[in-house]
Design a protein around this ligand. Structure first.
Ligand code: DON
Length: 569
């Protein structure tokens, strides 16, 4: 009996240890898989998730909550949450057609096609990635304002206020955050003034406050988007640009417009898939791949079989080749959207896939050098649903982790380095090893092509799931795999989000796969078919939710690859 007591105590200890996994600052891990009845918020940072849930509780709808989460992330998650960046929002209504909001950055009016080339014509990545010249005109504040004006319910001020409080009153940093913020802060003096003391604040167990950012947020709270795009903040941005060789002017800021766009809508085995149209490539590439894959019985082939991986990789290769050839800002280039998302076109593509043999990317034009960087980049996705089924999927970014690393002096926020998403030179890889075409060449006021793929799936007028991820081009394939797991392999949303992932992006012609998560026999078979394989630590960080129509419950799933949270009420 005594022995049994000890065993029981030991089991209880193990259970408690599992429940209270310590993070750097001794906090318990926030919930990553949650079931709820009235609504769900899934985001990368628990403080932001809680802001969203509070807004839902107070009677805000999912759009209101998305706005609150967006501003909160700009304070607590400067890696990718932002005022100085851009993004995309897909909205599904219970009672009218879906829509999307494009708040992608634009090239400043003084930008030109060859601005990142040296005199000898080579790409100078330093210029498109770091500092003021790398920044496009920010879109986030206009995007959130447009979403609110069209579809919000609660007063704007109440949605910005939680972020003001987080910036003014501060919050505790985890050890990882403190270290990372301090390390990146050395890039520019203005950045050091905001983030340079992060480690000391952590070591003293104090709250990290951001007074300049609080003032910027107060201007946005009280004056709406014009508090950011005109007046003091716009002048601070222009002054910093002038001092540091950037191009964004007060005229660029005043002229920036967020755009409501018709989403890309496709179907897959009877499900309706709603995703982001250009200037994101995400929706088109996702639908193109799903259309191709509809020609195979993946359910019978099984989730982690070489046959499935082979077919999915070939679909990825074809869709990414089309991405490079056709896609760019729809306001500047004609994109054959109908063709690319058409099922007959997918049949043509499918007929090019030779089963049992790896395809060759060099078959579709330009060859490429370079490899995909797997480090130091960050974007973030959040998914929100309210009790009416109104659902919002938002992916937002500064592009690289902390964007250009440049904080606008006295305004407290980081600028994006999104200009690197343009084609600096056709055929040359960008930060993500992506080869792009002239459709995505730099032009004044143009939006750079994106891979962000906020996506919502519906069936018989019922919400099925919402998902998205960071990861540059791997975003599209991460969302694809979350959908395949949910639809073909009938996984729950948390299983679909955690399942091992792989990635192919046409060039480089290699399959990235999450190491230690695939059967060695599968890998050997792929090599026998002629594939080059590249193990990587992890791919994507999906934040998704699903609706269980039978039990009328939401399930939220924050990717176990990250530290995000899923909370409902
Ligand atoms: O818009 C895009 O496709 C990229 N700027 C996204 C960058 C990204 O996802 C980096 N994150 N992990």
């Amino acid at each position: 009996m005594k022995k049994f007591d000890r065993l029981q105590r030991f089991c209880l200890f193990l259970l408690a240890a599992a429940l209270i996994v310590p993070t750097g600052c001794g906090e318990s891990m926030p919930p990553q898989n949650t079931v709820s009845r009235k609504g769900m918020v899934v985001s990368v940072n628990d403080l932001a998730t809680r802001v969203g849930v509070d807004i839902l509780r107070q009677g805000g709808n999912a759009v209101d909550a998305a706005i609150g989460v967006g501003f909160a992330l700009a304070v607590v998650y400067p890696e990718a949450g932002n005022l100085g960046g851009g993004g995309f929002m897909v909205i599904r209504f219970p009672d009218r057609p879906p829509t999307s909001i494009d708040f992608r950055e634009t090239a400043p009016s003084a930008a030109h096609r060859d601005m990142y080339l040296t005199e000898s014509g080579a790409v100078d990545p330093e210029k498109s990635l770091r500092g003021y010249l790398a920044a496009g005109v920010p879109g986030t504040v206009k995007g959130l304002e447009l979403a609110h004006r069209l579809y919000g319910r609660m007063p704007w001020k109440r949605l910005v206020q939680p972020a003001v409080e987080l910036a003014e009153q501060g919050f505790r940093l985890s050890e990882d955050q403190a270290r990372s913020w301090r390390n990146m802060a050395g890039a520019f003096p203005s950045t050091f003034r905001v983030f340079g003391h992060a480690w000391d604040v952590f070591a003293r167990n104090e709250r990290f406050c951001q007074p300049d950012l609080a003032q910027t947020l107060i201007a946005i709270r009280d004056e709406g988007d014009s508090g950011f795009y005109t007046g003091r903040i716009a002048e601070l941005i222009e002054a910093d640009m002038k001092r540091n060789g950037g191009l964004v002017t007060v005229q660029d800021l005043a002229g920036y417009r967020a755009v409501e766009r018709q989403p890309i809508i496709g179907s897959y085995r009877g499900y309706e898939v709603i995703s982001m149209p250009p200037p994101s490539s995400g929706g088109i590439a996702l639908i193109e791949m799903l259309n191709i894959l509809e020609g195979y019985n993946l359910a019978d082939l099984g989730p982690e079989s070489p046959e499935t991986v082979h077919r999915v990789v070939e679909a990825m290769r074809l869709a990414f080749a089309d991405r490079a050839l056709y896609l760019g800002d729809p306001d500047f280039v004609d994109i054959p959207v109908e063709k690319l998302t058409d099922k007959t076109y997918a049949d043509e593509l499918l007929s090019q896939i030779q089963l049992g043999v790896a395809g060759r990317s060099s078959m579709f034009s330009v060859s490429a050098r370079g490899s995909f960087f797997h480090e130091s980049h960050e974007t973030t996705h959040y998914s929100i649903a309210d009790s009416t089924g109104l659902t919002v999927a938002v992916t937002t970014t500064l592009n690289g982790v902390y964007g250009s690393l440049a904080v606008v002096d006295s305004a407290g926020f980081l600028l994006n380095n999104e200009m690197d998403d343009f084609t600096a030179k056709p055929g040359e890889p960008n930060l993500y090893g992506l080869i792009q075409g002239t459709a995505n060449a730099i032009e004044p006021h143009k939006r750079m092509l994106s891979s962000m793929t906020p996506t919502i799936v519906v069936r018989d007028s019922q919400l099925v799931l919402a998902a998205g991820s960071p990861g540059g081009p791997t975003i599209i394939n991460t969302v694809l795999q979350v959908l395949l797991h949910s639809i073909d392999f009938e996984s729950t949303i948390d299983e679909a989000v955690s399942a091992p992932r792989f990635h192919h992006q046409w060039f480089p012609d290699v399959i990235d796969y999450e190491s230690d998560r695939f059967d060695p026999l599968l890998l050997r078979q792929l090599e026998e078919w002629g594939y080059s394989l590249n193990p990587v630590t992890s791919l994507g960080k999906a934040h998704a939710l699903a609706f269980d129509a039978l039990n009328k419950t939401f399930r939220g799933a924050a990717d176990p690859r990250g530290k995000g949270s899923a909370r409902g009420y």
